[in-house]
Design a protein around this ligand. Structure first.
Ligand SMILES: Cc1ncc(COP(=O)(O)O)c(C=O)c1O
Length: 436
């Protein structure tokens, strides 16, 4: 039955008013549900979340991706409870942190060592700092439309802004020092020729190329990632793969394994934290050696630190999550269920007569209404943004929790029945959009 979020109880509305009163935009961050479907969440279990009125939703926000094992997975809850009873923060080495580092090193092809940090933004920001120190160069190259968190270097051209000539960078936030405009080069995703030309033109200045292997929802064209690997190697530019989304999600060895690409450093977050605060820079021992605290007096020492880095509670939650993901068949099933949903959405689009696409991979993709195939930020920008957003809002009304206009994440708890329910809801939602 469709969820009607227009009738929120007085208590629910009062909570939302308090959110407005005490937090800018009534929001936790850059993301906020549109007013008409704004709700306060009370709890989650498996593939479902419930709002404070007890309305149930099949959840595809998934905490923005970390809850890959599903909400409140019993093994993760147990691991957190056991560690909490022993203490939740020491700033000293703990076994969960060491074992999590070991697990990442065993899983991630690039990982000889790991430095823990607090968030995905820190992981990408520090990976770029390491690359600048290692190469003695100041510039970084990123791809138009790629998102690497909120650091000053990262927050450039995260979407297309008209047709400026590459490599001109567009700052996405006020407050980013203008001097950085000249230190970030922008290349078109999936365009190896232009990327190669830019790297060659700026050889000797570029410390690192950073890439989301699946850029938002756009998979890499065959040969693209390998091509970027080859040309960065040719010009002694470090390749940083941002595996914050793809790590432990596309495969146990992340995008590195799934697409068969090697990198020098990788940023991890989301799934490795089990839903608590933890992220990591993984990669080459000789690069990570720059942040060895024993070299603090060296002129090339890179400072990477944080009070809660490698927090044992987060590490325990991460380890318990990864243990669930390591079970045989998990990734095949995750891809199969996700791909059935993606294909089902496109069929719904054909039945309703709107070009609904679901680019991405099984475990993470983005429904969008667009007449154009999506291969880079500029073609992504040609979508019908209003209709796409509306479709997402209607999905929430239908009891499908999603970030309207954003990505959908699957967990290992999502079932075929969830897919059936989501597809039925999608058809109703899309018909509403078509009739507007
Ligand atoms: C690809 C990618 N990199 C980095 C980040 C930043 O991670 P965090 O939000 O934990 O800072 C995100 C967050 O969504 C992301 O999707």
């Amino acid at each position: 039955m469709a969820v009607d979020t227009t009738f929120r109880t007085a208590d629910h509305l009062s909570l939302l008013e308090d959110a407005e009163r005490y937090m800018p935009g009534g929001a936790l961050g850059a993301f906020r549900l549109p007013d008409e479907v704004q709700v306060v969440i009370r709890e989650g279990r498996g593939s479902r979340v419930w709002d404070v009125e007890g309305r149930e939703y099949v959840d595809y926000v998934l905490g923005s991706g970390p809850m890959l094992a599903g909400h409140a997975h019993p093994a993760v809850v147990e691991a957190i409870a056991q560690q909490a009873a022993r203490g939740s923060q020491f700033y000293l080495l703990t076994e969960p942190a060491i074992r999590l580092a070991q697990t990442v090193c065993q899983a991630a092809p690039c990982a000889e060592q790991v430095r823990f940090v607090g968030s995905g933004s820190e992981a990408t920001g520090y990976a770029l700092r390491l690359a600048r120190a290692f190469t003695g160069r100041d510039k970084i190259l990123k791809f138009e439309g790629g998102y690497h968190g909120v650091g000053d270097y990262a927050l450039y051209s995260t979407s297309a802004h008209g047709d400026p000539a590459y490599p001109r960078a567009h700052a996405e936030s006020a407050g980013i020092p203008r001097v950085l405009d000249d230190h970030v080069l922008i290349a078109p995703f999936n365009d190896l020729e232009t990327t190669g030309r830019l790297v060659a033109e700026h050889a000797g200045e570029v410390a690192a190329a950073i890439v989301e292997p699946v850029q938002r929802c756009i998979p890499p064209a065959p040969g693209f990632l390998q091509g970027v690997r080859d040309l960065t190697r040719e010009h002694q530019v470090l390749l940083v793969l941002d595996e914050v989304v793809t790590g432990f999600r596309l495969a146990w060895g992340g995008a590195q394994e799934y697409y068969g690409v090697q990198c020098d450093l990788a940023a991890y977050g989301k799934a490795i934290s089990g839903g608590l605060s933890l992220a990591a820079i993984a990669g080459r021992r000789d690069v990570l050696a720059l942040c060895d605290p024993r070299t603090a007096k060296s002129p090339n020492h890179v400072v990477i630190s944080g009070t809660l880095s490698g927090n044992p509670l987060s590490a325990a939650a991460g380890l318990a999550t990864l243990a669930e993901l390591e079970r045989p068949g998990v990734y095949d099933r995750l891809h199969a269920v996700g791909n059935r949903l993606r294909q089902g959405l496109e069929e719904v689009g054909r039945r309703v007569g709107l070009p609904l696409r679901a680019p991405g991979e099984g475990p993470v993709f983005q429904p969008l209404i667009s007449a154009h195939p999506v291969t880079d930020a500029r073609s992504l920008g040609m979508l019908d943004a209003k209709a796409t957003q509306r479709f997402g809002v209607e999905l929430v009304r239908e009891g499908i929790m999603t970030n309207p206009g954003g990505k959908m994440y699957l967990s290992i708890a999502h079932s075929e029945a969830d897919v059936d329910r989501t597809l039925a809801a999608s058809e109703r939602a899309l018909r509403t959009v078509a009739n507007l």
